[in-house]
Write a protein of this length. Structure first.
Length: 262
């Protein structure tokens, strides 16, 4: 019995305490505050939302490295050396991304005859014309990042590092179509007709098909790239180049980095 009385009085006490807290509104609920997008009589422009101060940068988006993020040097000119170290894994990654994102219009070979073009879309220039063979790598990065004429930009779909990988692969494509006989491996050179002689029917047949992109296997002649400066986000071996079906590429890959977007 005694227990019950004690229990009852405790319950009543607790209830009374709660009720008194509930009734007194002298707490944070009554403080003066703005709700989003409401008018303000305090600020001269009549808005409660305050504009960002000049020079405000979203956290994690400083993107100071203009070469890497914009393909431009300090003076705003397109850069002509890759801001990432280019190795076989990078080119393979670029090959894969290129075939997904660019080949539908530009063709697997970069000749501008992709399926969408065959169905009527504006034909892009071939990558193998002199102007584009001589264009700096920063130009290709800029086209993918910002679009060009009838071509939309791919900055939302393709991460910065992958854009550079694609540009590296385009360089490989260009090289594949402008190589001299001396650039071929010996056994391939042996198949060439002697100077001045017609091609074999086997070779003519091979060339009459949609040309294949260069095999991944041999990029040993790919022009050497300068080492990536320390601290550049695209330093060699970043793990996002790991390709699930390529053990060799996986071997060169290190810990994955968090993906960055522009
Ligand atoms: C939907 C079709 C389409 C896709 C997909 C596409 N492009 Fe293009 N691209 C074009 C067209 C069309 C042009 C020519 C635009 C013009 O001159 O108006 C062009 C032009 C270009 C040029 C030449 C710019 C110059 O200086 O003349 C480059 C380089 C290029 N694209 C790269 C790429 C890359 C890299 C990708 C993949 C990430 C890609 N494009 C995907 C249609 C496409």
């Amino acid at each position: 019995m005694g227990l019950n009385v004690r229990f009852l009085s405790m319950t009543l006490l607790a209830g009374a305490t709660l009720a008194s807290v509930g009734c007194s509104r002298l707490d944070m609920q009554d403080q003066p505050k703005y709700k989003p997008q409401r008018p303000s009589e305090f600020f001269a422009d009549g808005r409660d939302g305050r504009p960002e101060l000049d020079g405000t940068i979203a956290r994690g988006e400083l993107n100071e490295d203009t070469a890497y993020y914009n393909g431009k040097d300090a003076t705003g000119k397109d850069i002509d050396t890759f801001p990432i170290a280019v190795d076989k894994a990078v080119i393979q990654r670029g090959h894969q991304r290129y075939d997904i994102y660019c080949a539908p219009c530009h063709g697997r070979l970069g000749n501008g005859m992709g399926m969408i073009v065959q169905r009527g879309f504006k034909q892009p220039p071939s990558y193998h014309i002199d102007r584009l063979r001589n264009a700096p790598v920063g130009h290709f990065f800029d086209v993918v990042t910002n679009g060009y004429g009838a071509m939309l930009n791919y900055s939302q779909q393709i991460q910065v590092r992958d854009r550079w990988a694609i540009v590296a692969y385009i360089r490989a494509l260009q090289y594949s179509q402008n190589a001299s006989a001396n650039d071929l491996p010996l056994e391939a050179r042996a198949k060439l007709p002697p100077a001045g002689q017609a091609m074999s029917s086997e070779m003519k047949d091979a060339m009459s098909h949609e040309p294949m992109a260069p095999a991944d296997a041999d990029f040993t002649n790919f022009p050497a790239q300068p080492a990536t400066p320390a601290g550049v986000p695209g330093a060699a071996g970043a793990g996002i180049y790991k390709s699930s079906n390529d053990a060799a590429a996986a071997k060169t890959a290190a810990t994955p980095k968090s993906p960055e977007k522009k």
